[in-house]
Ligand binder design. Structure first.
Ligand SMILES: *Cc1c(COP(=O)(O)O)cnc(C)c1O
Length: 392
């Protein structure tokens, strides 16, 4: 049903709009862990909730449809989804990973997968030549995040997919920042799309969840087996919360993205802001590639002040955004990568990647743009002007 509907309409009018038994217009939450088998010899569709549950299935089918895949999988967190996908690898395999990968994924690869004999190389994914030069005979996966965190670097998805296919590797893409509302990686040839549904998909800072979607039936079978074997499945109450959040995904992202652009433009003109990172700014590196592969710029931006003292002053005076880790919620969230997402990275390594002590990340919520801009304008007025330009 609804193949011809636009994305916005599909969020509401899909196979799950009414419960077929009762007509209920909300997916029933099926708490049962086990299911009675009416016949001694043939088991029904469901037997045990780790292997399959109707509420989780509603979410899995919904995300598969939205991403244009054949099958979706719901996990207890974004990291559970990502870690389970990595279980497709075996000892001796090599994975190429974007150098500004999400911190939890960095930890999983360097501290856990490495113990199981899986090799890795971090590369600048924005440079196709560099990526090509690091592909080895045992490279099995190229792992992409675009836009990346926190500098919103853009990777050419089609370019990487082409390289991967020519070398017999799979591509994984963490689509958390864009969601299928703005970017549909499976349509561009990516093999596995991953999500922290904790962020924009659920959207209300009230649930942890992860999703994976694939387009290939054979890969779907392998991933299903791993989901069931590893067992980090999403609980039904949480699956329902993600389904609830998804209904407003389009309108939330549309509003937040518009406000993000306005804030980015405000920061770009502000004398105390040294740099702004937002794919929607025409001077942003990768702006045109991003426009070519996505239909919007998203609700996350980063900006750089002079130093830690400037950041402290801003954070002390800003009133609207919550100061916290995470992103993708109805309320704006201001984060400090140096002490939050990238705290584990040595300072020198961090600065080399542009994550300096003056960098802040803002995930824009649904507050009025004018209120947010006025709030930042006021808070910035307390920030001291940099005495002299310091080379970075
Ligand atoms: C938050 C996040 C994750 C991890 O997801 P959890 O739900 O916190 O486990 C992975 N990738 C990106 C880009 C994220 O922002």
């Amino acid at each position: 049903m609804g193949e011809s509907f636009s994305f916005q309409t599909k969020l509401l009018h899909n196979r799950w709009k009414m419960d077929e038994h009762t007509g209920a217009v909300s997916v029933p939450v099926q708490h049962a862990s086990t299911f009675h088998q009416a016949d001694f010899d043939t088991f029904g569709k469901y037997d045990y909730s780790r292997s399959g549950n109707p509420t989780r299935e509603a979410l899995e089918a919904t995300i598969a449809e939205l991403e244009g895949g054949v099958r979706g999988f719901a996990f207890s967190s974004g990291m559970a989804a990502i870690s389970t996908a990595f279980l497709l690898l075996s000892k001796g395999d090599h994975v190429l990973v974007t150098e500004d990968v999400y911190g939890g994924t960095y930890r999983m690869i360097t501290e856990v997968l490495s113990r199981f004999g899986i090799e890795y190389t971090f590369v600048d994914m924005t440079d196709l030549h560099e990526v090509a030069s690091h592909i080895r005979p045992n490279t099995k996966v190229i792992y992409i995040e675009t836009p990346s965190n926190p500098l919103l670097k853009i990777t050419d998805i089609r370019g990487i997919v082409k390289l991967a296919k020519a070398n017999g590797c799979l591509t994984f893409l963490d689509n958390t920042f864009m969601t299928p509302a703005l970017q549909r990686p499976l349509d561009l040839g990516v093999d596995v799309v991953l999500h922290s549904a904790t962020k924009f998909l659920a959207g209300h800072s009230d649930v942890l969840a992860g999703l994976a979607v694939v387009k290939d039936e054979e890969l779907a079978k392998r991933l299903y087996k791993l989901q069931n074997a590893f067992g980090a499945v999403l609980g039904v109450q949480d699956a329902w919360l993600v389904l609830r959040g998804l209904k407003t995904l389009h309108v939330r992202l549309k509003q937040s993205s518009q406000t993000a652009l306005e804030i980015a433009q405000f920061f770009a003109k502000h004398p105390k802001v040294e740099e702004v990172y937002y794919p929607g700014l025409s001077h942003h590196a990768g702006h045109s590639i991003h426009r070519y592969q996505a239909s919007g710029f998203g609700a996350v931006l980063s900006f750089r002040l002079a130093d830690e003292e400037a950041v402290r002053t801003l954070v002390k005076h800003v009133k609207i955004p919550v100061f916290a880790v995470s992103l993708g919620a109805v309320e704006s969230i201001l984060s400090y990568p140096a002490k939050m997402s990238h705290a584990a990275m040595p300072k020198e390594e961090r600065e080399k990647r542009g994550i300096t002590d003056g960098l802040l990340r803002l995930s824009v919520g649904l507050e009025a743009a004018d209120d947010l801009i006025a709030d930042f304008d006021e808070a910035l007025s307390y920030v001291k002007t940099r005495p002299e330009a310091v080379s970075r």
